[in-house]
Write a protein that binds this ligand. Structure first.
Ligand code: AMP
Length: 188
């Protein structure tokens, strides 16, 4: 089973992805985590990604598509995967469609986390303080939300048109959201 979790930064996708990973034995693929690993490794990609992430912008589509394409081929994705933070642009969504076709794979559900932006800003700043994430100061956060609205939200109609989109209340408590997600995904 392959899933996409869609929603702005701080909507709780990562937490839910980890829970789904445990329940269903499918792999969380967080492009944000992959990029942070690249930053920590000090690679060329990491240095370039850090500059972009610190500014709240998006890493180029071609880089991200290649990263995900290589990742889903790994043995730990055999049972399925949860895309968390990807796709983030219409171009990424279209490239993903083509990539999955070529690999003879498909997305079973796209779950959109709907949130109240102001309440979410408070939530993200709290998480940033806890995790010490340099890409999560308030100015960058506002920028990232703006980037979400302009560049990522347009992929919602893409998945709605395919009939794959389910929308849930991302502002509910973590356990309630988990229940909503499992209700969509079905029995383990
Ligand atoms: P996240 O942890 O998903 O919020 O991602 C942190 C940052 O990594 C984002 O603000 C972007 O700069 C970058 N990033 C993560 N995923 C993607 C993606 N699919 N496309 C472009 N940039 C991304």
């Amino acid at each position: 089973m392959n899933l996409i979790l869609l929603g702005p930064p701080g909507a709780g996708k990562g937490t839910q992805a980890k829970r789904l990973e445990e329940t269903y034995g499918i792999k969380q693929l967080s492009t944000g985590d992959m990029l942070r690993e690249a930053v920590a490794s000090g690679s060329d990609l990491g240095r370039e990604a850090k500059r972009i992430m610190d500014a709240g912008d998006l890493v180029p589509d071609s880089v991200m598509v290649r990263m995900i394409s290589e990742r889903v081929d790994q043995p730990d994705c055999r049972n399925g995967f949860i895309l968390d933070g990807f796709p983030r642009t219409v171009a990424q969504a279209e490239a993903l469609d083509q990539m999955l076709d070529e690999k003879d794979l498909a997305i079973d559900h796209v779950i959109e986390f709907q949130v109240d932006e102001d309440a979410m800003v408070a939530r993200i700043l709290k998480r940033a303080a806890e995790e010490g994430r340099s890409d999560d100061n308030e100015e960058t956060l506002r920028k990232r939300l703006d980037v979400y609205r302009r560049q990522t939200a347009p992929i919602v109609p893409h998945y709605r048109a395919k009939g794959a989109l389910k929308t849930i209340d991302g502002m509910a408590s973590m356990d309630v959201v988990t229940g909503l997600v499992k209700g969509i995904v079905g029995a383990a």
